[in-house]
Design a protein. Structure first.
Length: 187
């Protein structure tokens, strides 16, 4: 515990809630499937999804057939959580809780990924009019992933793996800007 505190290393703990509460100045601790959570620093899965709190992360547990999409659907249904909030919990929040604090930033040097979903056909059609609607289409629909961009490489394009350089990444940015210029309301 002292080494973790001195080194600012997060600790992942299962069923140690009482002991953790008694440690003065405890280091960053992420609880796994707690019955209650300290400061929202917990990852939930399986039957403990019923205890999920805002700012908590999500995991898939130990069932091989389980997917994050199923966890998101279950959280939305069980806790009546907003789809966008559930999507953030399953992606951004969970990444931050497992020590990838820069995973949700889109900037040079950050550990970021961009996933482009094909929403031009059912179940995403017509295009969603809000982020909540888009999140619901992503979670509850079965949208095909069009493109995945990691760093400066497009690593998946139309279900095929690519190895490309910076110029293709800049082209993708221009295309996204072009699409957004037609879809965003005027300021």
């Amino acid at each position: 515990m002292n080494l973790a505190k001195e080194s600012s290393i997060p600790i992942y703990a299962i069923d140690l809630e009482k002991e953790i509460e008694e440690i003065p100045g405890a280091p960053e601790i992420v609880l796994i499937n707690p019955r209650t959570a300290l400061r929202g620093r917990a990852i939930y899965y399986g039957s403990m999804l019923r205890n999920w709190q805002v700012y908590g992360g999500l995991g898939i547990g130990v069932r091989a057939s389980y997917s994050m999409r199923e966890v998101l659907k279950e959280l939305i249904w069980m806790r009546k959580v907003n789809p966008l909030e559930a999507l953030i919990a399953g992606t951004k929040t969970t990444s931050e809780l497992v020590a990838y604090g820069d995973s949700s930033l889109i900037k040079e040097g950050a550990r970021s990924s961009i996933v482009v979903f094909n929403m031009s056909e059912p179940p995403g059609w017509p295009p969603p009019d809000s982020l909540d609607s888009a999140a619901r289409a992503i979670v509850e629909g079965n949208l095909r992933i069009e493109t995945v961009i990691v760093g400066d490489d497009i690593v998946l394009d139309k279900e095929g793996i690519l190895t490309v350089g910076y110029e293709v990444f800049k082209k993708a940015i221009r295309k996204v800007e072009e699409v957004y210029s037609f879809t965003l309301p005027p300021l």
